[in-house]
Design a protein around this ligand. Sequence first.
Ligand code: 26V
Length: 807
Amino acid sequence: MTKHDPVADLALSSETLEAEILRHLKFTLGKDPSHAALYDWRMAVSYTLRDRVVAPWFAATRRTWAEDRKRVYYLSMEFLIGRILQDAAVNLGLNDLIDDVLGRLGVSFSELVEDEPDAALGNGGLGRLAACYMESMATVGCPGYGYGIRYEHGLFRQRFEGGRQVEAPEDWLNTRNPWEFDRPEVAYEIGFKGHVEDREGRVRWIPGETVVATAHDTPVIGWRGRWANTLRLWGAKPTTLFDLGRFNRGDYAAAAEPEALARTLSRVLYPDDTTYQGKELRLKQEFFLTSAALQDIIRRFLDTHKDLTKLADLVAVQMNDTHPAIAGPELIRLLCDEHAMDFDTALSITQRVLAYTNHTLMPEALERWATYLMGSVLPRHMQIIEHIDSWHRRTFPNRPHWVGIVKHHEVRMGDLAFVTSHKVNGVSALHTDLVKETLFPELNALHPGRIINQTNGVTPRRWLRMANPALSSLITETIGEGWEDDADRLTELEAHVADAGFLDAFGAAKRANKERLVAWLKDETGVSADPAAMFDVQVKRIHEYKRQLMNLLQTVADWHVMREAPNGNYVPRVKIFGGKAAPGYYAAKQIIRLINDVARVVNEDPVTRDWLKIAYPPNYNVSKAEKLIPAADLSEQISTAGKEASGTGNMKFALNGALTIGTLDGANVEIRERVGAENFFLFGLTAEEAARRREFQDHARSAILASQPLQDVLQMIAEGRFSPEEPNRYHDLVHNIWNSDYFLVASDFDAYSAAQREVDALYARPADWARRAALNTARMGFFSSDRAIRGYMKDIWSVKPALDPEA
Ligand code: 26V
């Protein structure tokens, strides 16, 4: 029997492809090729590709229905997708063909790729993880849907003015979004406020406000087009379009009020992933997503089944952090109030359906809603939350008195998510231990085995195959095809790391990526970088705990040494920073400003120009990550131990053959175990040591006094060396390091500096560096998001892959 080859189904002659593109240009865009702009070509190519996705998409959906398979629903307030066009082209195996065909038409595919706006419907790691998981679910054949919000404005755009971050609204829907299918017929009413009626035990919520959630579907295609799932994003619409009475009376603004009110719900992504704020609009957004998703899930289940007590046999719902944790009470409400189920049965079904992923231990990011707000926005849910809490107290009489979902007039969403789920997972081994020990010690004791680990992963299709074609070609030449969806096969590269020819080619691929980046950096920042220099990169959201400040202080210390001894021999470096700060996060914004101030002074210094450059391209996002990561030599993963839940950038860098300088935090621990301690620059306090260090009153002061370089650096900054026009600018920042330094920048500074000297020493031995870099790539297969998704399927969702991994 011949095996069915789905890739063959996707095969396309260049003539057909060209004809399809031209057909879309003419009939979809209404453009003559001679008058088509880049935008028109992009649309035509995107629609052509979207057409190719439809067949596998329908096939996957039909099969799921026909085989009555269990489906996974991934509920997330964020999906940080980035660009779609090239990802779709790569997964459909059409990248090179499109390039050729467009070339013949006189159109540059790469320019067209660059023309696409990022779908930036997320802040950082949590949102990007959701996007990688969607792609992996489609690759391994896990029947699944992502549910999110179709924000009109994604994460703000960042620019620098006088070194300061300035935010501007993002407008990705300004041009047509060719990837989505609008489903105006899929619409659900979502209520808020109002009151609860109880007529002889029949409880009903009568909302005071309603909006309508309508669906917009984006197909998500897996590797080689063997499976496709749906990302369903909800847009908010008014229940009544506008008030005709008021319009006729000439009150035009008031007439449009219902519309304006509803649309604010899906207008903009909350840009603060640092602190939970307790804002009503945010709570409404969370309920909007969750209720629409659950109504859709129940509707789909009832299309083919009658008995809702069987829901958990066919439905698994994953909550991406606590943002959709109102799912517990909402599912119970739907089952009890709309489907006449009793509370205990509804709760038991809910627990079997739901699971919760925790992504942070930072106390200020843990969601807690004031009971008065919850009670006013969602009065029925507030009642149900109280029921769940008292059920839990009754069922576990040994529950300590300080434990509870509702405490001190607040609803603790982590506890709510825990109690309404059958599994709770952390995102790295270390993080999961800390979730057990510090976040939920009592609940963990009452529910042993509920907390499990699922170490994060990243998709090798986007983050290696697409972003790094030079290295990808070398890998395929060396070990053959098929590593993209079987990343463990990367270990086959290990047999070649003793081969000088292979290492040269590995180094050459990196060098080619760096040369591309040099041109781009010049364009974006005006900074001239030498591609022979070490490219030392820290890109991620700006947070105190991620310690971009420590990196910068160390950079200033190096600069100071070079100036003091300009006849020395130094390893040239380009320090690259990237990342956004939450608009209200003052300390993070000061760090941004300081990086830019230091960069200006250092980059103009004739003494150090051959050794040190600092570049901070603005508006770091997914598409910029795709340019920066493949060109990095050194990956900075230097968070205070115990604070970074996992990290996923750390995985992307190591996969692309960067060496890591890092702490024992998050997934760094596991990365180091896998790539080998000798291929990882470790430094710093452990999580336990960090916690103990903080108890020592004078930790910062004593560390500073023991480190002349650190003292010098802090003094230069405090004296206004980098801000001569305002010498006091960094007074607070320096004062904070001396007097508080919660994130232990001072305590880890010397260890970090020492590790950087080891980095220099190795970079001076290019063959050794290349060998260690190659070993990183070879040993990173474990961190494929395919592995992570298979872990969720087996340990949490109880779903079997629809695709045979061998096929
Ligand atoms: C938190 C909040 C707080 C409430 C207001 C809005 C908002 C939006 C996002 C967040 C997310 C913070 C948690 C987060 O992004 N965690 C990151 O998750 C990554 C994926 O698991 C992980 O690699 C990072 O280490 C972790 O910081």
